[in-house]
Design a protein around this ligand. Structure first.
Ligand code: PLP
Length: 426
């Protein structure tokens, strides 16, 4: 690059030091904290590179071979590659790789399969469901008639008898199966039976667990469902984005719903990064990764139980733990804030039948995808539980606040502990 060119097109550090500094600080923060937010991960350097490519400059409304713009020489093969890899990864008949994220993917499926005002059914938000499964403040709860099933009060598991009863009573056009905070395996076959009985489309939203499904450590919903949606950035470890898989018979409807129904031009740079992530997930190492995520989650659960924490359902089958802090005399939100000051990042979360408000709930949610991406194994989970326990103890003993001195000491120990586990992409 010539000097003149460099002057016209300087690097971020030169052109915008304010933004550059914030990005560097965020890199350091992600490197030096124990990241336990269940919806997050570390994307690889290759995924980040594809995300930051010149494809961000390109418009490509339409689908490969049927576009409304010129210059598709490389965008078309790229999108086809992403589609083929997604189909191969999940064993699906059809894939749409254009959804901007998980929420638009879900809205597109509704647009494709349910007439406006039609009845839909999903797991309620307080029981671990997602907003887009018909919760009242979501477009999916405003434009559709939504009924919500929950979990059993006795064991906090999904109650198939309740699902069947509600389906018979309300005759939904579509049933969602999926969650953002449910630590147990989903029985897709049982849901499919209910859906078939009432003539509903069964749609699985595997946003949280798609990496586990791809890695073969959670049963696949694909054989049981009309369509399956997912994010690509959670356990799947790809770029921020969405994906819809479906049976061939729904392919046209779903493609039409994504574009022109809901979106304009696809984010081609993200499509490229999705292709990279799908290829990473097709490698044998990804199976090892997915299995390790679950093993680590179980081990951290055991380590927390041994320190007196209470786990919703007593443990986990997947990547996440839901901890009830009621017996520790601290709310989930206050604990999450105190732990954040100590270098441990997680979120306050409602627990089933929570007596506290969603903004200041009784629980915290913990996910193991990120730490596993850094190479941790079961032998490191006791140390992680120790950091959480120490922070919660200190905060509970001081009305929710940890002293600057305690926080600083904790952050230093956390950074030292993490130094042995390089963070992918950073
Ligand atoms: C995260 C999530 C989504 C939404 O994904 P966004 O990319 O944040 O829009 C949808 N469904 C479930 C179950 C999720 O966990």
């Amino acid at each position: 690059m010539s000097d003149a060119q460099r002057e016209r097109d300087p690097s971020l550090a030169v052109s915008d030091p304010a933004v550059h500094e914030l990005l560097l600080a965020e890199d350091r923060r992600q490197r030096d904290s124990i990241r336990l937010i269940a919806s997050e991960n570390y994307a690889s350097k290759a995924v980040l590179e594809a995300s930051a490519s010149s494809l961000t400059n390109k418009y490509a409304e339409g689908y490969p071979g049927r576009r409304y713009y010129e210059g598709m020489d490389f965008v078309d093969p790229l999108e086809r590659l992403a589609i083929d890899r997604a189909k191969q990864l999940f064993g699906a008949e059809h894939a749409n790789v254009q959804p901007y994220s998980g929420s638009p993917a879900n809205l597109a499926v509704l647009l494709a399969l349910v007439p406006p005002g039609g009845t839909i059914m999903g797991l309620s938000l307080p029981a671990g469901g997602h907003l887009t499964h018909g919760w009242k403040v979501s477009a999916t709860g405003i434009y559709y008639k939504s009924v919500q099933y929950g979990v059993r009060e006795s064991d906090h598991r999904i109650d198939m008898d309740q699902v069947r009863e509600m389906a018979r009573e309300h005759q939904p056009k579509l049933i969602w199966v999926g969650h953002s905070a449910y630590p147990r395996e989903l029985d897709f076959a049982a849901f499919a039976e209910v859906a078939a009985e009432v003539g509903a489309h069964l749609v699985a939203d595997i946003a949280h667990i798609s990496g586990l499904v791809a890695g073969g450590v959670h049963p696949s919903p694909v054989p049981h469902c009309a369509a399956v949606t997912t994010t690509t950035h959670k356990t799947l470890r790809g770029p921020r984005g969405g994906l819809i898989l479906s049976r061939k018979e729904f392919a046209k409807k779903i493609d039409k719903a994504v574009f022109p129904g809901l979106q304009g031009g696809p984010h081609n740079h993200t499509t490229a990064a999705k292709a990279v992530a799908f290829n990473e997930a097709l490698q044998p190492e990804f199976k090892t990764y997915a299995a390790q995520v679950v093993t680590n989650a179980k081990a951290l659960g055991e380590a927390l139980l041994s320190r007196g924490f209470e786990l919703i359902t007593g443990g986990t089958d997947n990547h996440l733990l839901l901890v009830d802090l009621t017996n520790r005399g601290i709310s989930g939100r206050v604990a999450a804030q105190a732990l954040n000051a100590c270098g441990i990042e997680l979120n306050g979360n409602s627990i089933p039948f929570d007596k506290r408000k969603p903004f200041d709930p009784s629980g915290i949610r913990i996910g193991l995808a990120s730490l596993t991406s850094r190479g941790m194994g079961v032998e490191h989970m006791d140390a992680v539980a120790g950091f959480i326990d120490a922070g919660v103890r200190e905060a509970a003993a001081h009305e929710g606040a940890v002293s600057d001195e305690f926080a600083q000491r904790s952050r230093a120990s956390v950074a030292e502990f993490l130094a042995a586990f390089p963070a992918p992409g950073l």
